[in-house]
Every structure is written in C-alpha cells, then in structure tokens.
Design a protein around this ligand. Structure first.
Ligand code: FRU
Length: 511
C-alpha cells in the first residue's frame, strides 16, 4: 500500500477514504469482537474503477480507522463485487469447528469473453476465523447462480430469528430477490419484489433489509428495504438510493406505500450504495449506515490525486411516524462528537440582511448546528469554503417563500471535470413549529446537511480551492432569529502537525 500523509488537496480529514487508489461501495460491514469492520470495493492498481477486490479497515469508534491489507482477491470465479459479512455465531456453515466466525457472502463477477462490460454474476462465500485478518475462499463456490439473470449481485445476508434461517436479499436488474438458507451454502428462492414499485431510473443495486421500531416503540416495528439505483444518462441526479417501508413476511417484502411512491434516502448527489452494519450488539441497538460519497455519473473523474472517493459519515437510521406516513430519519453517529473543538455558541440572536455572525471563523473541517425562525427573511443560509473575495463557495440556503432547501455547488471550486457536476439542486422542506433545524458537516471535499433532525439529508461532494476557508451566514430580504447557533472545528482523524485544520481568525474572542 502506498504511503500517504492524508494531507493532499481534497483529502477528507474525518471521512473514511482509502490510503491510495480507487474505492466504491462499502461492503461487508459487520461488528465483531469490539471492532467495526468496513470492507469496500477496491481497485488496488489504479485510481479509476477496474478489477475489483475487497479493501479492509477496522475501527473501535466508527471515527478512527486502521487500514488493513486487501481482504479478498479475484480468483478463477471472477472479480469480487459487493456483498455482506455475517457472524456465523453457531457455526451453521461448519467452517469454524463449532466456534463463531465471519462469513463473507459476495458476488463473483466474471467477464464474459468477447463482450464489453458483460459479466456472469454469481454469489460466493469466503470465511475467516481470525477476525477478518485472513480469508479462505469456499471450495464449493459459487453457492448461488441463475443463468437467466444478467444483473444478479450484491447479496445482503442476515440471520432471521423467527425463521431460524439465513435470509439473503440481492439485486436482480429491476427488482430484488429473496432467498433462505440453513447453512449459507444451500439457498432456496423465496420471493421477489419491486418490478413495478418505486424508481426504475437505473439498474437496481446494493439492497439492504432490516427491521426498525417506529418512534422507538419496540412493540411496533416495520421493515425497511434500501435499494440503490444506478446512473442513467436521462437523469441528471445520476446514481442514488431509494427506500421502501413495509413488511417482510419471511419470504418476500410488501411495501405499505403505493407502487409509484418514491422515497429518497438522500436528496444530494453523492450518497450511493449505502448499507448498514450487521451484528451491532443489542445493548447498543443502533442501525448504522454508511454510503459511498460519490456518483457513477462522474466518480471516475473527480479531481483527487493518488486516491479516489470517500464514505459518508456513519449515520444512525430511525423510523418516525410523520403526517405523510413512516419515514426514515438519519442522525450523525454520536462518536463524531469526539472530534469537536467549540468555536462559537450563541443563542437568541437576530440576524439582519447583510450581517454575518460567522465572519471571524475560518475552517474547512467544521460542524454547524443552527435552529432558525425565518421571521420575515426571503432567504437565508450559509456560504461555506468561501473565497477571500467572497465570490466562490458552496451555498446552502433556504428559500422561505417556496420552502425549499437548496445546495448550490456551481462555484464551489473545481467543477469542470464533468459537465453535470456544477449544479444547483434542492428539495421542499416545511418548518416544524415555525423553525428549521440545520446540522452541517463540512470536510475538505464534502458537505452533509441534516435538516429537521435528519428527515431530509443532502450529501454533496465539493472540491474547493485550498485557500477557501471563509464562512458566511447570509440573510436576504428581512431578518431571522437564530434560536441557537453552534460551530465546531472538527479535528483530523490523522495524527500529525496539521492536526487541527480549523481556527478563529486573528483578533477574535471566543464566545
Ligand atoms: C454499485 C456497484 C455494485 C457492484 C459494484 C461493482 O456501485 O455497481 O452493484 O457490485 O458496484 O464495483
């Protein structure tokens, strides 16, 4: 693995990124013996997508990561596409001599000779009895194939307590398929879902299926099916992720919403192929999600140097009952608070047009939390990663008349690597009790915005020039009341002299 200082232009300072070379989907996320494992689609020989391996890292706090050697290598069955890892607690597979161990269930993708980008996709196993440090390919691979399916990949497996069986959900082109197994080796087809449901703007990929309590009520649970959909030239949004809510009856999934309803997990451009950790202990109980922070529309062209791509921050998923039905909410994992350095904390502050309470803060790695009453303003928001002259930056704003939360990255720095990267996009968002809550995570190449407690999330890549560290609070057409405003610098997760990429501008007194 190439050496890196993790200080290159655009290198995320607290998001997971590979030390070198290309990364896409998170894979095999599992918690085992005190460690969160994160495997990922990895091309160790280049900075663009290519023959796929599984890269590997572990963390005890979801924030600091130890990079480990490549876990899975291509073999005679093909490249290693996306998949999951389970803890086989009772050795149902027989791989572990009666003990518990890790089993990876993934897609072997084998190029079909004399075709362009056509693969034979089959599901396979690998196992590890040393906490994921070394892996053995199962000699009986592949364990599941279907010659009729061209796209047939990304198995997510979990132990179903009621059925006392393993359940697999995988993506088969325009729908999900479900299978059951007693031992991870023999799989029985049980059902399918989705041919006529949700969005079909692109090929279905990377599903995940899990149960969540509604409003925290353990007696009232619903199933969530996450499905990523690939890029398509007709859709400017590129690749993105939808979810369904309903019931898994042990054989197939039933959505509780009309077939044409589409629920987006993220309204930004750069959160794809995300799935959740398996086997998080019950005493913790969280359903923790991470997504690939890129978009197949331009992922191969982003202007980084020796590595390409990062993951989103880890997020906790919950279900809440809203007026329009049950909805998925996302909250930043609490562990990220360990990186905070308080830069500003204010409450009950009126901000008039033209005033900038963030004037004296500089930083490229920040967290901002604000609770706002729009009063008579026409528009308000932030400019982050701003240039000294104030012309460049990424603008996050709320249009009070149209009630739309917008992100504008047209002047966010380097945008010319793809014609559809520089864009303005947004989504309708209603205030709650007359207020809006905005929670922002800013890193050297990204912005993640959690609005109204994570009901609406926008995740976007940006590539600001290195001296763009200004912050601006913008109000136009009136005034707003900031009920609270907190700004934190976020320390880098990499040790070293540049450990604190945040500061107050000189002459500023801390609050
Ligand atoms: C999603 C995806 C998966 C596939 C992997 C290949 O981004 O296309 O469907 O397994 O990437 O790298």
């Amino acid at each position: 693995m190439k050496q890196t200082q993790f200080k290159e232009p655009f290198r995320p300072q607290y998001h997971f990124s590979p030390p070198a070379n290309w990364m896409n989907d998170p894979n095999g996320m599992v918690y085992f013996q005190g460690e969160y494992h994160l495997f990922y689609q990895y091309h160790p020989d280049g900075t663009t997508w290519g023959p796929m391996y599984w890269g590997h890292a572990v963390s005890t706090d979801l924030v600091h990561w130890e990079h480990l050697p490549v876990a899975l290598y291509p073999d005679h069955n093909g490249y290693i596409f996306s998949g999951s890892v389970v803890v086989d607690w009772h050795d149902t597979s027989g791989f572990f001599g009666g003990n518990a161990g890790l089993v990876a269930v993934f897609t072997h993708s084998e190029p079909i000779p004399n075709t362009v980008n056509l693969y034979k996709q089959r599901q396979s196993l690998a196992y590890s009895s040393d906490s994921g440090r070394s892996w053995t390919m199962y000699e009986g691979n592949p364990v599941l194939s279907d010659d009729k399916q061209v796209d047939f990949r990304d198995p997510k497996v979990f132990w179903h307590r009621g059925l006392k069986q393993w359940v697999m959900v995988l993506a088969a082109g325009d729908h999900c398929r479900f299978y059951a197994s007693p031992d991870l080796k023999e799989w029985e087809f049980t059902g399918e879902f989705g041919k006529h449901e949700g969005s079909h703007d692109g090929v279905w990929e990377c599903p995940d299926l899990f149960e969540l309590p509604v409003d925290g009520d353990q007696e009232r649970k619903k199933w969530v099916l996450i499905v990523s959909i690939g890029d398509h030239q007709d859709h400017e949004e590129g690749s993105r992720t939808q979810y369904f809510i309903g019931e898994f009856d042990g054989r197939t999934f039933h959505s509780e919403n009309p077939a044409d309803a589409v629920l987006w997990l993220d309204h930004g451009r750069d959160n794809y192929a995300g799935v959740t950790w398996s086997d998080v202990p019950e005493r913790d109980g969280r359903r923790i999600f991470i997504g690939w922070m890129s978009n197949w529309k331009y992922a191969n062209y982003t202007p980084t140097s020796t590595w390409r791509s990062a993951m989103t921050i880890p997020r906790v998923l919950t279900l809440r009952e809203e007026a329009e039905g049950s909805r998925l909410f996302q909250a930043p994992a609490a562990e990220l608070k360990s990186l905070r350095e308080t830069l500003l904390s204010r409450s009950n502050l009126w901000v008039e047009t033209g005033e900038n309470p963030l004037n004296n803060i500089r930083g490229k790695s920040l967290e901002i939390i604000a609770e706002i009453e729009p009063d008579d303003a026409a528009r308000f928001g932030f400019r982050i990663h701003g240039s000294k002259q104030g012309e460049d930056g990424t603008v996050i704003s709320y249009d009070c008349f149209n009630r739309r939360l917008m992100l504008d990255r047209r002047r966010s720095g380097v945008v010319d690597f793809h014609e559809q990267f520089g864009c303005l996009h947004g989504e309708r968002l209603e205030p709650v009790n007359g207020r809006l809550k905005l929670h922002l995570f800013i890193d050297w190449c990204s912005v993640e915005l959690f609005a109204n407690d994570g009901k609406l999330v926008i995740t976007d890549l940006i590539f600001p020039l290195s001296d763009c560290d200004r912050l601006e609070w913008c109000v136009t057409g009136g005034r707003i009341k900031l009920h609270s405003l907190e700004v934190y610098g976020l320390r880098t997760i990499y040790a070293g002299p540049a450990a604190s990429p945040v500061c107050l501008a000189s002459g500023v007194e801390e609050e």
